[in-house]
Design a binder for this molecule. Structure first.
Ligand SMILES: C[S@@+](CC[C@H](N)C(=O)[O-])C[C@H]1O[C@@H](n2cnc3c(N)ncnc32)[C@H](O)[C@@H]1O
Length: 264
């Protein structure tokens, strides 16, 4: 039986209502944009692609991808988070283009190889049994898997123990082990944010931009990858010796920052 503490934490209406304003207002807007860019870089062209997001929460990515023409399904265990997601989809005028389902990511209600890409953001730190979730993601994807992890050697450690919903930190070797066990091959990895997220959230967006530039320069240094708070991992299923279908998804796509508009 899989257990995720976040499974309980995100059920509460007030937690769901405040989810985005607490994390992605003020300097946190930069984090939201970075995460959206990471998803788009990983997935490449999404128009007409069949994409599943697990633990989709308030639909930050499902609405964005529906707006870009993807056939997107989001699944989450929390009705409260999904209610926010449905509202966002309505407000963005994309509710006819996406499907949001309540369900457990440990038992995805889809056949094998059903999607071109399956991804999760801000989920693996909540997972008590990440191998189960990754195996399920791999099962229903015919090609691309994307997810992020918070890193064991980073400023995340400083405040991690304060978080009520718990948080698991990962090393590169642990991620490699998980990928291998799920028959996935790594295609790309990027690492970012030396300064902690909590710092960005506390300062105004304009000020945050200056710190973000410093953060990026430090990240480009020799120890940047090793000390980054977050890693973005793109992998592909390996059960078939040739990667199926969308060869355009085999390498990461560098979508310029401007492509992630404020409206996303
Ligand atoms: C930190 S939020 C991330 C939401 C969204 N991915 C984002 O980045 O904004 C974590 C989400 O995982 C969901 N969750 C936790 N355990 C789950 C499970 N077993 N199956 C599906 N969703 C789950 C929670 O309900 C919550 O919406």
């Amino acid at each position: 039986m899989c257990s995720v503490k976040g499974k309980e934490w995100y059920q509460a209406d007030d937690v769901a209502q405040e989810y985005e304003s607490k994390r992605f207002s003020r300097g946190g807007q930069l984090i939201d944009r970075r995460e959206k860019r990471a998803v788009l870089d990983s997935l490449g062209p999404v128009a007409d692609a069949d994409i599943l997001e697990i633990a989709c929460g308030t639909g930050r990515f499902t609405s964005m991808l529906a707006g870009k023409g993807a056939n997107i399904v989001g699944i989450d265990i929390s009705d409260a988070m999904l209610a926010q997601g449905r509202r966002k989809a309505r407000d963005s005028g994309v509710s006819d283009n996406l499907e949001l389902l309540r369900g457990d990511a440990a038992r995805l209600p889809f056949p094998d190889d059903h999607f071109d890409a399956v991804f999760a953001v801000r989920f693996f730190h909540l997972a008590e049994t990440p191998a189960t979730f990754l195996t399920e993601m791999a099962r229903v994807s015919n090609d691309i898997i994307f997810f992020d992890t918070f890193n064991h050697r980073s400023t995340r450690i400083i405040y991690n123990w304060l978080l009520p919903m718990g948080s698991h930190l990962y090393s590169r070797s642990r991620v490699e082990e998980l990928l291998s066990d799920a028959d996935l091959a790594m295609v790309d990895d990027t690492h970012d944010f030396l300064f902690p997220y909590g710092f960005y959230r506390k300062i105004p967006n304009d000020l945050a931009r200056g710190f973000r530039d410093i953060d990026k320069s430090l990240g480009d240094g020799d120890f940047g990858d090793a000390l980054a708070s977050v890693s973005y991992w793109t992998a592909t299923v390996t059960t078939d010796s040739t990667t199926t279908g969308r060869t355009d998804l085999e390498t990461p796509h560098n979508v310029p920052d401007e492509a992630v508009t404020a409206d996303d």
